[in-house]
Each structure stands twice: as C-alpha cells, then as structure tokens.
Design a protein. Sequence first.
Length: 280
Amino acid sequence: MKNILNILLTVGLLLFAFSCKKKDTTPDEPINTPTPISQTNNLIKLGETYINGASTKACIYSKKALETGYNEIYVSLFDSIDGSALSNGHFDITPMMDMGTMQHSSPVENTEDTVTTNGYFKSAVVFSMPGTSSQWSLNLSFHNHKNQKNGTGSLGVNVVASSPARLKSTVLALDSNYTVFISLIKPVNPQVGINDFEIVLHKKINGMLYVPIDNYTVEIEPVMPSMGHGSPNNINPTNSGLGHFSGKVNFTMSGLWNVKLKLYKNGNLLSSDQFFEMTI
C-alpha cells in the first residue's frame, strides 16, 4: 500500500511539473495588435480615441501596420453621446514625433472633403523614422457639422522601419539645401512585366512644415545589379499634383532590381544617387 501511494505521489508531482513548464513556455497574448475589421476593405484597426470638445469618438484604421514611408489612414467618426456615425465636417491629422529633447512632424496629406467616403475620412502620412506609440502620435482635429463644435484628440501609434526601404531623404545643394523626402507608393508587390510606378515628393521647410513638390522632373532607370542590365519600355513618372509622380517600370525577370531616380529642376540635375530596391 505504501509503495502504491509513493508511486501515485511521484506521478502527481511529474504531472504538476509538466503543467507548470507548459504554462511558463506559452507566449503572452500580443498587446495592441491590429485586428482586421472587414474582409471587404481589408483594413486593420490601429486604435480609437475621443476628440474632446466636439463630442466625437474616432476609430483609426490602415491597410497595413504603419511603417516608414507613405501610409494611408482611414478614420471613422461617431457621436460620443448617441453613437451615431458622423459623415460631415472638417477633419485633419497632424503626425508628431516626440524625441524627448525635440519634437517634429512629418509630411501629411489631409482630405479637403467635408463628407466621408464609404464611412471614412482618408488621410496619408509619410512617417520619416520608426518609433513607438510613446513617440509617434496622430493628432486629430475635427469640426463637427452636426453640433458645430471643434475638438482635438490624439492617438499613439507604432511605426516600424519599412524593409526594403520605401522612403529616401536627401539634401539637395542645388535647391537651397532643402531636405527632400521621396516616398515610394507603387508598386507594392512588384511582378515580372510592366508595373505601375508612383512616388510622392515633399520638401522640408522646417520641423513642422513639409510641402509637396510639383516643379521637379523625375527620371527612372531600373537596373539588375547581378546581371548588369536594365530593361526597356519604362515610362518616366510625370507630376499629377500634390507631389505625386506616376509612370511605369518594367522588370524583365525575377531577382533583385534597383530603380534609380534622377531629380531635375528647371533642367538642372539635382540628384542621381537615390534608388529603391525591389525583389521580384
């Protein structure tokens, strides 16, 4: 009988140790992980906050986790008292980076529409560097047409470094030493063949003011470093307003490509050393 009790005690201790070990090695649940809200629009929720003074609740979404470079932001607004959707008003986002000893903003595109599209106000932010939600924030401003009130709010967001890089910055000595940000928008998933190519250019006036550049000329040259050749049938990007330049890039085979950029102003070459890496 004593032997049986000892055996049962030993088995019990082994089961307890195994269960503790299993529990200890199980990873914690992720915190603040964006969650899909719709299979139709394929948006993920970044978070929500209140726009104080305008009796408004804001829910902020994007198509992907935020990264350095160009990011589309979608915001749905609701009456914070009765929960009804708000579709009329003036809405703006100001991105802010808190570096401790200094603060700065980054390029942003805010909609001029005073009504939502498919339930969202749409903006775009060019994050100039990675940072945590205690460093990067989206500062929101809204004039609520429903109650004619103005308000502000803020949401901290995480920004990771895009890889490969989808943002380049360069100081242009021949354009008054301005820092220019070059953000790659398309292609997102490059394929063999003809791809849409789009970038947006912004000039840094100061830490709080970035303006789109429409008076440059852009040329592209795709090159495959491992093979030492380029490709035919590319179309140089042309300006379509608000700093956006759109064209076509042709990748003739799979592998690593560098899409080289040349920037001109009034016929003068400003830069020829920037490029975007793309793996097909």
